[in-house]
Design a protein around this ligand. Structure first.
Ligand code: ZN
Length: 282
């Protein structure tokens, strides 16, 4: 489907409110920024309050020109691949994984990823830092080691048609390591979501991490094609959508990433996974 007047696709926005005025404002923000966003909610995010998947899907139906739904998968002591088929049937464009009971690559979660591969839908995984919350005492979770980027290695190898996105590229803690997996695994991508990521990331740091191991300078800059736009904005903090995109653009232009690669990063790559066609600015 072709989206008129939309140039960017932001895969990482949290649905933390169903307030109609806030949603209207969020949609206006998207339109003014020529951006489509993927909204994810889902329960059991520890101390955070997000809307259930079905409500997120209903909200996205009300704003078909700028919101696309992702369903949050429940990776707990058990995980049910039927959940994947259920939400695929309801038209979600991908899945969000965060806060797993075990490591992401635990045996019991593999059928869930297999189902996502069969549905040909991408997965967005939270990786890295997660601030402590009083609810952590109750669940004794999350634990960072379960959300370490190394846990995506097995998934990427086992389901090579499946597109995986490391949200936050491992955060500062695991960033350098995460970038190595990104370069090695063809179906692994990353966003720089979170103002602690895009705000602090300097061109020289990103250039060093994305440099091929065998070349000082790669003129094709193909590793940058593994980056996708993700702001980590919230319904209640819509301004992050524009701030994140601006930081991405400043960073990529300063490094000298070619315009067509920037276009892929800012939306075209993810759009192609979701059957979405973006517009090109005049
Ligand atoms: Zn996030």
């Amino acid at each position: 489907m072709k989206y008129e007047n939309k140039y960017h696709l932001d895969i990482h926005v949290h649905c933390d409110s169903g307030d109609p005025a806030k949603l209207d404002f969020l949609a206006e923000t998207c339109r003014s920024r020529h951006t489509i966003i993927c909204l994810s909610g889902g329960l059991r995010y520890g101390g955070h309050d997000f809307l259930p998947n079905d409500e997120v899907i209903a909200i996205c139906k009300r704003y078909p020109d700028c919101f696309l739904p992702l369903a949050k998968l429940d990776l707990w002591e058990t995980a049910d691949p039927a959940e994947v088929y259920h939400y695929a049937e309801k038209g979600v464009k991908g899945f969000k994984c965060i806060y797993p009971y075990y490591e992401y690559d635990h045996d019991i979660y593999m059928p869930v990823y297999e189902a996502a591969a069969k549905c040909n839908l991408p997965l967005l995984f939270h990786t890295g830092n997660y601030r402590p919350n009083p609810a952590d005492e109750l669940y004794r979770r999350p634990v960072l080691k379960n959300m370490h980027p190394i846990n995506l290695d097995r998934i990427a190898r086992s389901f090579q048609s499946l597109k995986l996105v490391m949200a936050h590229m491992g955060t500062r803690i695991f960033q350098a390591e995460a970038s190595q997996y990104l370069k090695m695994l063809p179906n692994l991508y990353a966003d720089l979501g979170g103002c602690g990521q895009w705000l602090r990331m300097q061109p020289a740091d990103l250039a060093e991490m994305f440099k091929p191991d065998t070349l000082e300078c790669d003129c094709t800059m193909k590793n940058y094609r593994k980056l996708v736009l993700g702001s980590d904005a919230y319904v209640t903090y819509p301004q992050i959508i524009g701030e994140g995109a601006d930081h991405y653009l400043r960073l990529l232009r300063r490094i000298g990433v070619p315009q067509d690669v920037i276009g892929d990063i800012m939306g075209k790559t993810v759009a192609s996974w979701m059957g979405v066609e973006l517009d090109t600015p005049e």
